[in-house]
Design a protein around this ligand. Structure first.
Ligand code: ADP
Ligand code: ZN
Length: 513
């Protein structure tokens, strides 16, 4: 039963807030209407409140599945401080404590019961006679091997929906690309749950990609022009953090290296120095930054390309937390791609890693608004160019690419949306190769429809279409290329498409460098 007090007064009473953050209200409404949902909200977006508040409005106890013991404890402490009856259960507790919590649970004395996924299976019998009003799965991306933080215990959560068919099952995460979102819903047995996607857009972050030539010179010039500013340079290897830091120091600017090879004390003290503005620049591996709350980081440089877009987004997200302008530079070189591919090869989820890497590479090669491409990756459609990325600031020359786009979309449709990028290019160019003939593709209507294009150029134009959200690559399904709703608008509703003229753009890039 839903309490009679309106939601807003409960928000004030229990949490002391006067209004909701974006998306909280819509999510809470769905939960109060007993819907299963998947919510994707950026870090700091206020996820916990979305399940905590409904938990207090329903009779009975809410189960919250949370992967990190420290996080669990923090949340429970904060709830208790607000006078809410909450407890957590995990393997770090001794049996006496565990039994005490279980008896509170059995007596219905808890509003929220936090539990680690590993402990959950053993507890399932205890839940049978309880009034479980809500099940919240926090950090839900851990269920997917397609996500970046896979936790095997999460894959056992699929039974929850069958044990509690009437109870809303709500999943939350800050990081899930489209494939992971689909996987979470499938595995939790809530395939039709609505997805709430809060905006990942951070408008104050300027996004720039530069060719990875003469990186040191470029970096020294950049930081030299921004004295007093705090920034982070991310490198791929420990060794390169050390050598780059010392080269920056040699130029008279203070910087410290940070990586997992340093002692805990050393890392702590570097971190403190940075947070308290005693050291302006950190040259680090991706080990640096998690949980660091520094509001005035003015720039982030990626000396090497990150291995996926999730990582890139997280790392640039450490700049400009105060909402003021921040500058992010990614150095892109093909050598990095090769190196990262080598790392990925032979790993247990090699296909996924390589697919994600290719998506990162496409972002770096994009010739249309970077922010549109970035947000697209997380399933968010931005309709206008952002005006705050390198491409928007210095756009390449464009041409009306509607006809070409229609040809590509119609080829994708005629190939039944099952073929990958390479085959689509082959078919459009009227390639004579055996794979095309084996499948009889020489007989489809768009065979050879773009025969004037060089292979790599056509591939690049199709990548632009992907980055504009017209086509979508399903990496976990052999990279098949599919049409999005936007493609249908182009095919059937005369929507026009602008494409960047790569020949022109490449020539200009050569002139500059
Ligand atoms: P997430 O888990 O999404 O990273 P949290 O749930 O930890 O975010 O919330 C981030 C911060 O926002 C917390 O300090 C929380 O108390 C605060 N917060 C949550 N909801 C609101 C709200 N409606 N108004 C103001 N602050 C809020
Ligand atoms: Zn832009």
């Amino acid at each position: 039963m839903i309490a009679e007090q309106p939601v807003l007064s409960l928000l004030k009473k229990h949490f002391g807030y006067d209004s909701f953050k974006p998306n909280q209200e819509a999510i809470i409404n769905d939960i109060l209407n007993k819907k299963d949902i998947l919510a994707i909200m950026p870090t700091g977006g206020g996820k916990s409140l979305c399940f905590q508040l409904p938990a207090l409005m329903f009779d009975g106890t809410a189960i919250v599945i949370s992967p990190l013991i420290a996080l669990m404890k923090d949340q429970v402490d904060a709830l208790k401080a607000n006078g809410i009856k909450a407890a957590f259960y995990n393997s770090s507790q001794d049996t006496t404590v565990q039994n005490d919590i279980l008896s509170q649970l059995a007596n219905g004395a808890l509003d929220l019961f936090y539990v680690a996924p590993e402990s959950l299976a053993n507890l399932s019998p205890y839940f049978n006679n309880l009034n479980i009003n809500l099940i919240a799965v926090d950090e839900a991306h851990c269920i997917s091997s397609w996500g970046h933080d896979f936790r095997p215990a999460y894959t056992q959560l699929g039974y929850l929906k069958s044990q509690f068919p009437q109870t809303p099952l709500v999943a939350f995460t800050a990081t899930a690309d489209k494939a992971t979102q689909a996987d979470i819903r499938t595995q939790l047995n809530i395939p039709n749950a609505p997805v709430h996607l809060a905006s990942f857009d951070r408008k104050n972050l300027y996004l720039e990609v530069r060719p990875g030539t003469n990186r040191l010179k470029q970096i020294l010039k950049f930081i030299g022009s921004r004295p007093e500013e705090s920034g982070i340079v991310y490198c791929l290897s420990r060794k390169s953090t050390e050598s780059l830091a010392s080269k920056i120091n040699a130029s008279g600017i203070e910087a410290k290296a940070y990586h997992a090879g340093l002692s805990a004390e050393a890392r702590n003290s570097i971190q403190e120095d940075f947070i308290n503005d005693r050291v302006p620049i950190i040259v680090a591996t991706i080990a640096f930054g998690m949980g660091i709350d520094k509001s005035n980081v003015r720039w982030v440089i990626h000396y090497n390309m990150p291995k996926n877009i999730e990582g890139y987004y997280q790392e640039i997200g450490r700049s400009g937390r105060d909402g003021l302008a921040a500058h992010n530079i990614l150095f892109y070189s093909y050598a990095d791609v090769v190196q990262l591919r080598k790392f990925a090869e032979g790993s247990s989820n090699e296909t996924y890693q390589i697919a994600k890497l290719e998506r990162m590479q496409q972002f770096a090669e994009a010739l249309s608004c970077r922010r549109i491409a970035l947000l697209n990756y997380f399933g968010e459609q931005l309709t206008e160019n952002c005006g705050n990325c390198d491409i928007c600031k210095a756009p390449p020359k464009y041409f009306d690419g509607t006809v070409l786009t229609k040809k590509v979309c119609s080829a994708v449709a005629r190939l039944k949306e099952v073929e990958a990028l390479g085959m689509v290019v082959d078919v459009l160019r009227g390639s004579q190769n055996a794979q095309v003939f084996d499948k009889g593709y020489q007989n489809i209507k768009t065979y050879g429809a773009a025969q004037d294009f060089a292979w790599l150029d056509l591939q690049q134009y199709i990548i632009q279409m992907i980055n504009q959200g017209i086509l979508e690559i399903r990496f976990h399904e052999n990279g098949r290329l599919m049409l999005t709703p936007l493609a249908k608008k182009i095919l059937f509703e005369d929507k026009t498409v602008r494409l960047a003229n790569i020949k022109k753009h490449l020539a200009e890039a050569k002139e500059i460098s």
